[in-house]
Design a protein. Sequence first.
Length: 156
Amino acid sequence: MSGGGTTALDDGKVLFERFVDLWNGEVDYADAAEFIADDFTVHSAELARYLGFPDSRTITTRDGLLDWVTAVRTLLPDARFTTRPGPLREGDLVAGGYTVTGTYAGGAPAATAAPGTEVAYTGMSIVRLENGRIAEYWVLSDALGLLSQLGALSRA
């Protein structure tokens, strides 16, 4: 961007990238208050029983989100979220597709994959901005692909 400074559009994209950095383990949880609202809502499919994650449908606070991030990073300690396409912004919404790669550490209740199994899956995130922070999160991921790679789906 030429001319110095950033626009509100750019600020939303920066917040989205900070959110991705949080999932990548690159942001100290104490710093999350800078870009995640105290009251935080998640819209996601429920996978807790398969992977040992908190039920994302019940997350209503920043701390709840951080618990979910911790659970994901415990399952996949080297998880790397790469955004593409995006981030794209319209109004108070910022979206981006992503690919996650990582190595399974073990511990998912329904998984039969051995620790050390490499996984990759894709998804799409949309966040809603409110007062300069992220207040709401919609996530669509290839959960079936991840569950399949972890051997967490029963064969019928």
